[in-house]
Design a protein around this ligand. Structure first.
Ligand SMILES: Nc1ncnc2c1ncn2[C@@H]1O[C@H](COP(=O)(O)OP(=O)(O)OP(=O)(O)O)[C@@H](O)[C@H]1O
Ligand SMILES: [Mg+2]
Length: 263
């Protein structure tokens, strides 16, 4: 896979619908002892598409994304990336294919500053001076990246613990942009955010989409789901009970499906 260094280096917006999904699950089951968390799940996301994943507590949303992210292995069924079957044993296997997940509370290291969070695990050292970090380069790249993404963080030297919720999400998104993610999975990205901060995160999602990146957004917030997604998949007790084009459904219908599992 070709990994771009910066979001600015990613391909132009997709003009043609892609013939094959970026990622696809076929007949996936996940059992935890006697609990069936996923039942025969078919699920797919195309490049440049934002899919909303909704369902009540315990419906299987986190299990589904953890299975895609290599955190969990399916009990049965198949997963494909760009039409190739994959067997993720570890999150790094999924990351190597461009699949990045932003979990709500694990997104940043609180004691590190914004620069270090953006570069976490991929720090830049001076050429020839193994182990000496090139802080100035990392600082400048972080400022440039945030600017390109339209993210406003006044001081990138401040520890992440001081950031607002929206700035935290934005920093986490900047980090995945930097590794050239092809699928970004967001678990409750706007939970507990204010109105303006929510708008910043939704705008970032639109930008990634316009660059051909696929996104899965888990949210209980129907307004955000309807604002930003192209398609909505409803899970109930581990079953996919609906798969709707967002512009062809309503909040009432989706809420009804979440509760009753049928129209
Ligand atoms: N590690 C685990 N061990 C045992 N059971 C689990 C495990 N993880 C999830 N489950 C069970 O699988 C089912 C689906 O859980 P999951 O966390 O995927 O739901 P969810 O849709 O993400 O819910 P929420 O909206 O509350 O986050 C639940 O019944 C849950 O108790
Ligand atoms: Mg969950």
């Amino acid at each position: 896979m070709k990994a771009a260094t910066f979001v600015g280096a990613l391909p132009e917006p997709e003009t043609q619908p892609q013939p094959t999904p970026f990622v696809e699950m076929r007949k996936v089951w996940k059992r935890f002892g006697g609990v069936v968390a996923l039942r025969n799940v078919d699920f797919a996301v195309w490049p440049g598409e934002v899919v909303g994943l909704v369902g009540d507590n315990g419906a299987g949303k986190s299990t589904l994304i953890k299975t895609l992210a290599g955190d969990l292995q399916p009990s049965a069924g198949e997963i494909y990336v760009n039409s190739q079957q994959v067997h993720f044993r570890h999150p790094r296997d999924a990351k190597a294919m461009g699949i990045e997940t932003i979990y709500q509370d694990l997104a940043l290291c609180d004691n590190l500053d914004v620069v270090d969070n953006v570069f976490l695990g991929r720090e830049v050292c001076y050429k020839g001076f193994l182990g000496i970090l090139n802080r100035r380069l990392m600082y400048q790249e972080t400022v440039d990246l945030l600017q390109r993404l339209g993210i406003s963080i006044p001081a990138v030297e401040q520890a992440a613990v001081n950031l607002s919720g929206g700035q935290r999400q934005a920093t986490a998104l900047a980090r995945v942009a930097k590794v050239g993610a092809r699928l970004i999975i967001l678990d409750e990205p706007t939970a507990a955010l204010g109105v303006r901060e929510t708008q910043i995160v939704l705008e970032l999602i639109r930008r990634f989409k316009s660059q051909g990146i696929a996104l899965i957004v888990i949210s209980h917030e129907m307004r955000d789901i309807f604002d930003v997604t192209d398609r909505i998949v409803v899970l109930k007790q581990g079953n996919v009970v609906a798969n709707k084009v967002t512009s062809e459904t309503t909040e009432e219908e989706i809420v009804h499906l979440i509760i009753w599992g049928r129209a």
